[in-house]
Ligand binder design. Sequence first.
Ligand code: ATP
Ligand code: AMO
Length: 434
Amino acid sequence: MQNRTYTADADPGDSVTVAGWVHEVRDLGGIAFLILRDKSGKIQIKLEKDEMDEDLVETGLDVARESVIAVAGEVKEEPRAPTDVEIVPESIDVMAEADTQLPLDPSGKVDAELSTRLDNRTLDLRKEEVKAVFEIRAEILRSARDAFRELGATEINTPKIVATGTEGGTELFPITYFGKEAFMNQSPQLFKQLMVGSGLERVFEVGPIFRAEEHNTPRHLNEATSIDFESAFFDHTEAMDACEHVVKSAYEGVAENCERELELLGLADEFEAPDGEFPRLTYEEAIERINATGELDEQLVWGDDLPTEGERALGDDVGEHYFITDWPSEIKPFYIKDHDDDEQLSTGFDMMHPRMELVSGGQREHRYDHLVEGFEQQGLDPDQFEYYTKMFKYGMPPHAGWAIGGERLVMTMLGLDNIREAVLFPRDRQRLSP
Ligand code: ATP
Ligand code: AMO
């Protein structure tokens, strides 16, 4: 539709054709109002029974809610209209008539369960506050990409069908690949590392990761979006700096460019980009502080992974984004490098939002012998990873990197209760379609 005007751009005096969905029809007797909704907002269409063509008025009154229509007419100033303007129509073209029985009420007057919303995502996304989440999600990715560019990183795309897993064998989705066993990739980890040894040196990727997580929680998905970064000649502290930069840039982008969306979500007043450096706690300090909160039944000891309640207690205590550094080597993956002066201590780090973990990363083991040893210690067969390990024999620089859980970033930024609200079509244990 070449001559289409968005409702938000319809100014008094203009002759326009607007197109969108029938949000509501209000028949007041002699006069009726049809509210048309499009991407940019809503506009009132006035139907005056005695003044206008009968067929035109009838078309406007009979059309079912959520039908798609195009209306041509003149824009008039009207202080009583919700947006201070209305259209006096010359024609109404019904382009797609909607069923009168809707599985979900896009006007939001009737609440729907999350599962009903996800089953009918198209209708759900006609709600402005739902759409706002995805406009913000897009802005987060746009700002993150800009931040990566500032860091001099090149965007890459790595395979999602792979021969081996990296993040622990139990969470892989197996598939058959021309008669061979293959898997959906859990992380671009090994591929992004291979790229720091290439001429690219510093890379990032935004892409799906697949994890056969058995549990059903408000913060785990079976297909998630990983925002990965990896750089040659970085140590773990430089990687943390880069991580902080990207996360802050995402917040700043949203603060600057998503005012309307934040307003729709009721966040306009309280939203602020984090400033100042994220505190960096060692793992040892973290467990001491968790123990001191008295929130756990049992005290944590060195070597324990942080339980969800522990993460939450610490998050409440710290009250802002923070890093946990210097984890015990035994609970970090084989590809994370240990500190040179203490083999029990890894350079791995997590970046936490007060509610949950957002990022994992670390400096990588780039020494061939140590790497192969690490595979064996983790019970993995180094031969299966030869495509990866052999490149460490041909000049692999010291390097470090991390991955942000994209949906967790959206979820924590917007205070969403459930990670599924941050995905168009979430994949969880129960949900494989739409
Ligand atoms: P990682 O990045 O290491 O995967 P994560 O935050 O994604 O960290 P996982 O280690 O993948 O967490 O998942 C295990 C975590 O999920 C544990 O911390 C555990 O407390 C939590 N968890 C596992 N099952 C459930 C469940 N049924 N309900 C709530 N939380 C659970
Ligand atoms: P990790 O396994 O910690 O690290 O994943 C990185 C981040 O991804 C998010 N995430 C998830 N989000 C939703 N649902 C899931 N099932 C899920 N699993 C992970 C989390 C997590 O912090 N290769 C390393 C990263 C690295 O070292 O560069 C890795 O994958 O926010």
